[in-house]
Design a protein around this ligand. Structure first.
Ligand SMILES: Cc1ncc(C[n+]2csc(CCOP(=O)(O)OP(=O)(O)O)c2C)c(N)n1
Ligand SMILES: [Mg+2]
Length: 466
């Protein structure tokens, strides 16, 4: 009984600590030592479920061990405390948001300016604006029924280009779906984006994936899959294999704050920490998971606060400040490589567009809220202000670039639309190394069906099998 009481008291107090990680206790083990040893042979449960000779050994060992007066449990590094105190999350101020520029594009602390070249900054700016333009064209295409689905990246361009620019081009990217800018930065061509959304003959997926589910082996960008957070444990596995190869490469895994509520996210964080994997977890916290606002998604201090609990160095950055995102990603990459451990970045931003073409966000947020972000805190205008201050960009250059970007996007769009779709029999390929009989049967059924109902299908828009 005494032992049971002792353990109960001790274990149930492990949640307290008041700021430091200490263990609250009421009874010192020294006062119990005598009873514990005397009673040990009469117990037959738990740790004491052993042969008499072993019990003798345990007694002997406990005689020999002198515990210093600090917790010796294998699962903690903390100290004891006599303050009965729960950690109160409401008294905690929260992790600050690291930024380099204010909303006017002014660098607040010159030491934090990464001093990127004019060429690199211009590439970032052109990439962000090109993505913005591509989004408009593809969004409208869906609205006009030309493609089946689309997701815009409005307002989150800083997180894409700031992170991509800080990585090595062969670092492996696992995305969620709203990271098209990362691919664009790496040189994935506009006509490949369009081909994927149109599912035409140029599409690397041969028209078999939903629009925006991009992937490119050449660009080390793992194909997007819709079920949320599945990419997270997979990314950790990839990072573990990079660690074993001992190469100077890392994995970056993007995910939304909504996806972070999936169990897979926790498993990924914990495995990456315990296996010491070189992975950057990059959370785009854009305020919403479709219609669920962050205050309904979690009660803690966002996503960054979850990192330290799992032994992961973590930072929160202003995702609308491309320079802050760049600095944080570069530093994270360095930690991954030099210390072989994961890092968590939570980039605060705002999803200006609807979640997807299947969503109408005016049903759950005000138009004024969206307009406020669009007009007063936008990553593209912030970078433009920074460039203008440096006399690296002006109205004339903006006008010229807008015309050029529009032409590029429209050229890719028009050729994508004209292009035939891959042959429909591609539907059955590339899933199995050798086609199983069930798929052969289904393929034969499709052929038969199309023969019978050929007038009901736009067969001419698919490439013929010859
Ligand atoms: C396992 C799973 N549950 C639900 C969905 C439906 N779904 C698609 S996107 C999404 C919201 C994700 O929000 P977040 O992770 O914050 O990313 P964001 O769209 O804001 O970029 C949901 C619930 C899904 N695709 N997979
Ligand atoms: Mg979100």
């Amino acid at each position: 009984m005494l032992i049971a009481r002792f353990f109960t008291r001790f274990v149930t107090t492990n949640v307290t600590g008041g700021g430091s990680q200490s263990i609250y206790r009421v009874i010192s083990p020294n006062t119990l030592q005598y009873d514990y040893k005397r009673n040990i042979s009469s117990h037959s449960r738990g740790r004491l479920f052993c042969e008499a000779s072993q019990q003798q050994q345990i007694i002997q060992q406990s005689h020999n061990t002198s515990f210093p007066d600090k917790p010796e449990y294998p699962g903690t590094k903390s100290s004891f405390t006599d303050r009965l105190e729960f950690i109160d999350p409401d008294l905690y101020e929260g992790i600050p948001v690291y930024r380099v520029m204010n909303r006017d594009g002014v660098v607040l602390n010159p030491e934090q300016d990464p001093n990127l070249s004019r060429e690199k900054i211009t590439k970032m700016y052109k990439g962000m604006t090109l993505l913005n333009f591509m989004d408009r064209v593809l969004y409208e295409s869906q609205r006009q029924g030309r493609i089946s689905f689309y997701m815009t990246n409005y307002g989150e361009e800083g997180t894409h280009f700031g992170s991509a620019a800080a990585l090595a081009d062969d670092d492996i990217v696992f995305g969620q779906y709203r990271e098209a800018g990362v691919l664009l930065w790496r040189g994935f061509k506009l006509d490949l984006f369009m081909a994927q959304c149109y599912g035409n003959c140029k599409d690397l997926m041969k028209g078999r994936s939903m629009p925006v589910h991009y992937g490119s082996r050449d660009h080390h960008f793992v194909t997007i899959s819709s079920p949320l957070a599945t990419q997270m444990p997979q990314a950790v596995g990839a990072a573990y294999s990079l660690k074993r190869e001992n190469k100077d490469r890392v994995v970056i895994c993007f995910f939304g704050e909504g996806a972070a509520s999936e169990g897979d996210a926790y498993a990924a964080f914990n495995f990456s920490a315990t296996l010491s994997c070189p992975i950057i977890f990059f959370c785009r916290n854009n305020g919403y998971a479709i219609s669920t606002p962050t205050q309904e998604q979690y009660r803690g201090d966002g996503i960054a606060s979850r990192g330290p609990a799992l032994g992961i160095p973590s930072i929160r950055v202003d995702g609308n400040d491309i320079l802050a995102v760049y600095n944080a990603t570069l530093a994270a990459r360095n930690v991954c490589n030099t210390e072989s451990r994961p890092v968590l970045i939570e980039a605060m931003t705002y999803r200006i567009g609807h979640h997807s073409t299947s969503d109408d966000s005016s049903a759950y947020r005000s138009v004024d809220e969206v307009r406020n972000w669009d007009q007063n805190d936008h990553p593209i205008s912030r970078l433009r202000k920074y460039m203008e201050r440096k006399m690296w960009w002006n109205e004339e250059e903006e006008k010229q670039w807008k015309a050029e970007a529009k032409k590029k996007v429209m050229t890719a769009f028009m050729s994508a639309e004209k292009m035939q779709k891959p042959n429909y029999m591609e539907l059955f390929n590339d899933v199995y190394d050798e086609q199983p009989p069930i798929l052969e049967e289904q393929a034969a059924e499709l052929v038969e069906h199309l023969k019978q109902y050929k007038d009901n299908y736009p067969i001419g828009s698919f490439k013929s099998s010859e």
